[in-house]
Structures are given as structure tokens and as C-alpha cells.
Design a protein around this ligand. Structure first.
Ligand code: AMP
Ligand code: GLY
Length: 419
């Protein structure tokens, strides 16, 4: 098979890496890809949001399957456009990707179908929002409705902070049209777990659990980022919780989407908070998480291409998805200054040395490759991932890998996997 993966981050590197292990794969392309991906796939100068460019390339090159990994092309209808041309595409259609693209939609869906989530209100104008906020208890959560690169959530400690958040989202439009509506949500407390699930709209197969570290600095200090590291499995996601979530969250969500004529096919990501009143959904993502994928896919023993094919054909029930009992840890090595200003273009050394250990794989998030050398090219640069028997061993191994890699101004957390 000839495969085209759309996207350019560590998640896409992990997807390409796993698909490349499938005996059915002849050639992989990635658009636009990155330095590390270019060692496994031919990278194309087509942007991830260029629907016409992707469709044209897939048609002209007889691509057998296009895997759309990032949220924005999914929300913009890339899968629909590919299918309209008879091209097999993996990922939800636009009318299902709305589960991530509109928080107001997802909250209303959960309310309608009794799926546990925080209490909330949706507003279309800032005046009513601010009026409502005057009479609430704090902290409270202010969320831009649309896609905001993971930055559209503000936890306000008091009225002034909430008002400021609403002004910047709705009036100053810091997230563009994503802020035309806001969701104001009850503040929940508890540990967070990420569950990615394969689904063909009929069967839902949760993957192994993982946890993300979103803040930039150790001990969950500093600014929110796209994710500074992950580990799998979660220590707190017990079989009892998994069972509860299957019956009360995963299956009901798939059924709710079917009832709304929005069949969801692809990977559905459940961002859960384990509160004292039970697990609740914080958010849905319509795709693999980043950097969750980097610890989940290395534990997958089954053929990922076979799973994607089964989902496209709605035959996921016929597949036995197998996982290893191992533990995985991914430490993100970022450019100093991320998630704010940072410089790029620095040479990276030591990746080959780190990967000499067969239990380590270095996924590239933001790199470019020139004349056989790697250079930094983004905020998140690398995800050094280790697979071991236990989490403690995997943490140790991942940091052994990190110690071998260097570039100017590197920043990483020292406490990944420890929470
Ligand atoms: P989201 O993009 O919706 O996952 O939100 C980003 C982060 O904000 C989550 O991972 C949580 O840490 C936090 N968050 C979101 N909603 C709530 C909530 N209702 N209560 C407490 N924290 C929240
Ligand atoms: N790691 C969180 C996300 O992918 O949205």
C-alpha cells in the first residue's frame, strides 16, 4: 500500500513509525512531515491544511490511504474532500470532527445524552457572559468555543480575571473566530487521564491509558503548553474505572453521535478528570493526542494499518487489538522560551547515540534535516521515548536518552512520569 500521512509533529512521526512496521506498506509519504519523519517517509511540500493540494497529490499518485492526523484539517473537512474523490481516508468527517472543533457542541451533546461532564453555560456575546460571571463561584473555567491550539482554556481565580479572559477571547479575538462563543464551566478537581480510542462508529476499542504533563515547568508550574511529556499506563486508571467509562462515557458518546447522524470514525480522544463524583469528560479530541501517541503506539502490538483499514471499512469488531504489558515514557525536549518566544535553527547532536539503545526511540516534533544533520525547527523539538517493563525503569531510561541529546537553549521537565 501507498500511504500519505498529513501533519508534521511528534504524533505524526509516531504514526509513520508504527505504520512503517506493517508488512502491507510499500511507501509512506508525509505532508509536510519533519526532519525525523524524512528518514521513514518521503516528505512533501504540501501544508497540512491544503485540502486541494492533498487531494490532488493522493489522486495523481494512486495513494491507497490518507491518514489525517491534526485537528484543523479534520475540522475543515479534509476527509470529506478525499472521500468525494473516491480516496480512502482515515479520520472523522467534518460533521463528526465538530466534537473537538466546537466545545459548545460537545457540551450540549454530553448534556443531552447524560454523559458525565462539568456543569456549563454557553454565551454568544460578552455582555451577557460578564453579567453571568458576576454571580458565580470561583475558580471558574472560561473556554473559547473553537480550535485554539490548546490555549483556549482559562482557569479564572476571580471575577476580574474571568472578565479579562472573556474580553480577550470575545472582543479582542485573540483566538480569532474560535472565540465568537464561549463556554463557562464549573471548575473540577482531580487527576487527569487521556484515553484514546479506535472507533468505526459501531465498535469502540480504547487504547492503553496515558497521562500528559501540560505545564512548562517541573511540579506543574509555568505556562500551559501543548504537552511536555507523557507516560503510559496511568497509575490511577483502574480496570473498574475503565469499565465505568466504557459504559457511561465511551459507548454513550459513539451512540450519541450516531443518533445525531454524525457517525464518528477514527480516533476519539477522551480527556477525563477523575473527580470525587466519578470520571468526567473535560474535552473530546477528534484525533490522536500529542504527545500521548508517542507513548501509546509503541505499546501497540497489532498492525496499525490493519486497524485503520478495519475502521474505514467499519469492521473494527473483527480485529483483536493487542497491547504489550510494558510501560512507556516520553520526555519532550523543547526550545528554551517555549511556549512563548524561542529561537530555532540550532544543530541537534546525540540522537543516534540515544537510539543505539533498542528501548529508546526519539520522535521528532519540530526538526529539519539538512545534509544528514538535524536542526531545531519548532517549540517542541523532540520526544525521547523509552519502553521498559515498569514506569520507573522507563523514566530512568528516557532520561538516559535525554542526557545523550543536546542543542542550544534546550528545555525539558525533569519530573515526567512521576505524578
Ligand atoms: P481542555 O482543552 O478542555 O482539555 O482544557 C485544558 C486543560 O484545562 C485541561 O487539561 C484541564 O487541566 C483544564 N480544565 C479544563 N476544563 C476544566 C474544568 N472544568 N475544571 C478544571 N480544569 C479544567
Ligand atoms: N496532549 C493533548 C492534545 O493532544 O490535545
Amino acid at each position: 500500500m501507498k500511504i500519505l500521512v498529513v501533519g508534521s509533529g511528534g504524533r505524526e512521526h509516531a504514526i509513520v513509525w508504527k505504520m512503517a512496521q506493517s508488512p502491507s506498506v510499500e511507501k509512506i509519504y508525509c505532508a509536510p512531515g519533519n526532519g525525523g519523519i524524512s528518514s521513514l517517509a518521503e516528505c512533501l511540500p504540501i501544508k497540512a491544511l491544503d485540502i486541494d493540494g492533498i487531494v490532488k497529490f493522493a489522486k495523481e499518485n494512486s495513494i491507497d490511504m490518507v491518514v489525517v492526523a491534526p485537528d484543523d484539517p479534520l475540522a475543515a473537512g479534509m476527509v470529506d474532500a478525499l472521500e468525494a474523490e473516491g480516496i480512502r481516508a482515515f479520520g472523522p468527517r467534518k460533521n463528526a470532527a465538530i466534537l473537538e472543533a466546537s466545545k459548545a457542541f460537545s457540551k450540549d451533546l454530553m448534556k443531552k445524552y447524560n454523559i458525565p461532564t462539568a456543569k456549563y453555560e454557553v454565551f454568544d456575546d460578552s455582555e451577557h457572559t460578564v453579567e453571568y460571571l458576576r454571580h458565580q463561584e470561583y475558580p471558574i473555567v472560561v473556554k473559547a468555543d473553537g480550535l485554539a491550539l490548546g490555549k483556549g482554556v482559562i482557569i479564572a481565580q476571580g471575577f476580574d480575571e474571568a472578565q479579562e479572559a472573556v474580553n480577550s477571547i470575545m472582543n479582542d479575538k485573540v483566538f480569532g473566530s474560535a472565540g465568537s462563543r464561549v463556554v463557562i464551566e464549573e471548575f473540577l478537581v482531580g487527576p487527569e487521564v487521556s484515553i484514546l480510542a479506535f472507533t468505526d462508529g459501531k465498535t469502540v476499542v480504547p487504547m492503553v491509558s496515558s497521562q500528559d504533563h501540560k505545564r512548562a515547568l517541573d511540579n506543574d508550574q509555568g505556562l500551559n503548553t501543548g504537552g511536555m511529556g507523557t507516560f503510559s499506563p496511568s497509575r490511577i486508571y483502574t480496570p473498574e474505572i475503565a469499565e465505568y467509562c466504557m459504559e457511561n462515557i465511551y459507548k454513550p458518546t459513539i451512540e450519541a453521535m450516531n443518533s445525531e447522524n454524525r457517525k464518528f470514525k477514527g480516533v476519539l480522544y477522551f480527556g477525563l478528570m477523575l473527580t470525587k463524583d466519578g470520571p468526567k469528560v473535560l474535552e473530546y479530541n477528534a484525533r490522536f493526542g500529542d504527545p500521548e501517541t508517542q507513548v501509546v503506539l509503541p505499546r501497540l502490538q497489532s498492525d496499525l494499518v490493519e486497524i485503520f483499514n478495519a475502521i474505514i471499512d467499519e469492521k473494527l469488531d473483527a480485529i483483536d487489538v493487542k497491547w504489550s504489558d510494558s510501560a512507556a515514557v516520553c520526555v519532550i525536549m523543547a526550545s528554551g522560551g517555549y511556549p512563548q518566544q524561542y529561537k530555532t535553527g540550532y544543530e541537534i547532536t546525540g540522537i543516534t547515540e540515544a537510539e543505539r539503545d533498542s528501548n529508546i526511540v526519539v520522535f521528532h516534533a519540530g526538526t529539519k534535516c539538512e545534509d544528514g544533520k538535524y536542526y531545531t525547527a519548532g517549540g517542541r523539538v523532540l520526544g525521547v521515548t523509552a519502553l521498559e517493563h515498569t514506569l520507573d525503569e522507563a523514566i530512568k531510561k528516557a532520561y538516559e536518552g535525554v542526557a545523550k541529546v543536546s542543542f542550544k537553549d534546550v528545555h525539558y521537565r525533569k519530573d515526567i512520569g512521576i505524578k
